[in-house]
Design a protein around this ligand. Sequence first.
Ligand code: AMP
Length: 130
Amino acid sequence: MPSIFTKIINGDIPCYKIAEDEDNFAFLDINPNAKGHTLCVPKKEVDRLMDLDEASYMKLMTFSRKVGKAIEAAVPCNRVGMSVIGLEVPHVHVHLIPLHSMKNATFQHKEKMSPEEFEKIAGQIRAYLK
Ligand code: AMP
């Protein structure tokens, strides 16, 4: 069965899309640690980061860097942090998290956002990717 992220990539489940290239897809995390928290996902469905072949790993990191720089430009924050966890969704994803303090890196504190806020921040990040 396809992962929830494959369903998002295929357009079967909605998301707040940020960017896409041939190999990777980025969208806002629905339960964000901070406003602008984004996931970068390889289109190829692989569970564990360390199981990606080297070329796919490097492409994911290059893509994540590009998206992370756009987040840093669009979202006021100290810096963008990067985590790979994967304990909930077994499809590799890089968390890009605008950090204001260590609290945003813990996955314990969650930010409530309205659909309008998600749309707005997604548009602001996308504007820096043009
Ligand atoms: P983890 O697998 O522990 O790295 O966490 C999975 C992440 O995916 C969590 O931060 C979730 O909030 C996020 N997530 C799960 N389902 C969706 C979805 N449909 N759209 C956006 N983010 C999601």
